[in-house]
Design a protein around this ligand. Structure first.
Ligand SMILES: C[S@@+](CC[C@H](N)C(=O)[O-])C[C@H]1O[C@@H](n2cnc3c(N)ncnc32)[C@H](O)[C@@H]1O
Length: 215
């Protein structure tokens, strides 16, 4: 109903009692998740008045307001205790990292669905350094490419290789056509750079290696 990206994010929620949508803006993800029966309740969080008001209006238009609590607050500051899924989508990777860092003690058993608009590698680094296991990943195309990460805190230390940080451990283990297309497009983009940095040269060689091994 609200596009492929929102539909995909909602589809990753399994038998939830309550989701928290951080940076809910228009509230589309909350509406999609409730209408699709992915969750019984939701907490819609935004740190700005207008977006939260917009979410309230949209959610009320679908008659779902009784299932949703609204919080005008920063990140996870007001996270409700019975939330089992935390979703952060359409935010920058650095912001997602700061919001998680600020309230790391509140995250234990919840599943996190993260879709950063940029800095996905930095986000993966942060997750592994803080014992978050990446359980699932998917690259989707919805006018542009989006990387989605599903992760959970575990009691063990996690070590990712440089390649896994850059492209995702799950993506590398279970590559699909969209992932390969994404890498091909990234490679073509890097090819156009007249004076590539060492980092770009390194990424290009890793992409080439992955694409060469493609079955
Ligand atoms: C680009 S929108 C993303 C909307 C939606 N999550 C999506 O995936 O389409 C970003 C939203 O995050 C909110 N936001 C930004 N920083 C925030 C923070 N520190 N805490 C809560 N919400 C925040 C903004 O007000 C805005 O409504």
């Amino acid at each position: 109903m609200f596009g492929k990206r929102i539909e995909k994010l909602a589809s990753l929620i399994k038998d939830s009692k309550k989701i928290a949508d951080i940076g809910t803006d228009h509230g589309y993800l909350v509406i999609e998740a409730l209408l699709e029966g992915k969750t019984l309740k939701a907490q819609a969080i935004d740190n700005k008045k207008m977006p939260l008001l917009r979410a309230k209006e949209n959610i009320a238009n679908f008659g779902l307001e009784e299932k949703v609590s609204f919080s005008l607050s920063n990140g996870l500051d007001d996270l409700e205790k019975d939330v089992d899924y935390i979703i952060m989508s359409g935010l920058g990777g650095s912001l997602i990292i700061s919001l998680l860092e600020e309230n790391l003690n509140k995250i234990n058993k919840q599943t996190l669905i993260l879709q950063a608009n940029r800095n996905c590698a930095e986000l993966r680094s942060f997750l592994s350094e803080n014992s978050f296991k990446i359980e699932y990943e998917e690259v989707i195309f919805d006018d542009k490419y989006y990387e989605i990460i599903v992760t959970k805190k575990i009691d063990e230390k996690i070590k990712l290789t440089d390649k896994e940080v850059l492209f995702g451990p799950y993506n590398l283990k279970h590559p699909n056509n969209v992932f390969y297309n994404y890498l091909e497009d990234e490679y073509a983009r890097y090819e156009k750079i007249k004076y590539p940095s060492k980092q770009v040269i390194h990424k290009k060689s890793l992409i080439k290696e992955i694409l060469t091994k493609r079955k």
